[in-house]
Design a binder for this molecule. Structure first.
Ligand SMILES: NC(=O)c1ccc[n+]([C@@H]2O[C@H](COP(=O)([O-])OP(=O)(O)OC[C@H]3O[C@@H](n4cnc5c(N)ncnc54)[C@H](OP(=O)(O)O)[C@@H]3O)[C@@H](O)[C@H]2O)c1
Length: 256
């Protein structure tokens, strides 16, 4: 048993940047056919081209995960091109609100839940019957430590990620009999575009660093190993689990 994912078809939402891009490149290196999905054409094209320039196989698809019909179109396109789906990674997310949760408007609440939770639900709903027919599959949801323990200013985002963790567990139970394993990854602070406001603010970056036993913020590549592990047969008995990848910040008290 190893991390070989030869010819496995892997969908990665939010694959154009940050953690999603790092996973896309690593899955292609492990032999997978990688579907890079996000809203902007130039972003998905760039990552697909990078994979192909290294001899890998990629498909760039634009999608908005909050829109059910867009997610259906994504999955239809993948089946049309590759004929199957082995791994689906719900990684796309948004967070347009920072501050006390009660200061958020209804439209911000809806937007965050639409992309971070409903979007993942749609993709799971679309891929599960395909995986079931194939005899199994893997779903990985990228949650957050904010979905486990409240993080200051990230209230609705945290609620959406807590929901995603419960969605992971519910689906692990419901899809287990169909040999579909469903697990989540909960990253701490990882240096990407998404978390720029945190790590570019010197005082916050220093607080996070000081609260992290490993003494540094995370990089997108720090998340890749856990995704490869959960996607491959090496984790064949892992189901409904949440892997915290935060340099030990949570166990040492966190920053929230
Ligand atoms: N960075 C951190 O510190 C951190 C910590 C914990 C958890 N996470 C989680 O890790 C995941 C990846 O985040 P990241 O830090 O890598 O962020 P990122 O670099 O900003 O990338 C976000 C990706 O999501 C895509 N996206 C955004 N909205 C979308 C939508 N509605 N439909 C489809 N794609 C959409 C973006 O591309 P387009 O703009 O082209 O759509 C982009 O590819 C997220 O689930 C995030 O919550 C991140």
């Amino acid at each position: 048993m190893d991390f070989d994912l030869a010819d496995q078809v892997v969908i990665i939402t939010g694959g154009s940047r940050g953690i999603g891009r790092a996973m896309a490149l690593a899955f292609a290196d492990a032999g997978a056919k990688v579907v890079v999905a996000s809203r902007k054409q130039e972003g998905v094209d760039a990552v697909a081209a990078e994979i192909e320039s290294h001899g890998g196989t990629a498909l760039a698809v634009t999608t908005h995960v909050g829109q059910e019909e867009a997610v259906s179109a994504l999955v239809e396109r993948v089946v049309e091109v590759f004929g199957r789906v082995d791994v689906a990674i719900n990684n796309a997310a948004t967070n347009p609100h920072f501050g006390p949760i009660l200061t958020a408007t209804a439209s911000l609440w809806d937007k965050i839940l639409e992309v971070n939770l409903r979007g993942a639900f749609f993709l799971c709903q679309q891929v599960a019957p395909i995986m079931e027919k194939q005899g199994g599959g893997v779903i990985i949801n990228v949650a957050s430590t904010a979905g486990i323990r409240p993080s200051i200013g990230l209230g609705i985002y945290g609620v959406s990620k807590a929901g995603l963790i419960m969605l992971t567990k519910v689906l692990a139970v419901e899809l287990g009999p169909s040999k579909i394993r469903v697990n989540a990854i909960a990253p701490g602070v990882i240096k990407t575009h998404f978390s720029r406001a945190l790590w570019e603010t010197e005082a916050i970056a220093q607080t996070v660093q000081a609260a992290t036993p490993l003494g540094r913020l995370g990089e997108p590549e720090d998340i890749v190993g856990s995704a490869l592990y959960l996607a491959s047969p090496i984790s064949s008995y892992v189901n409904g689990e949440v892997l915290l990848i935060d340099g030990g910040m949570s166990i040492s008290g966190g920053i929230g």
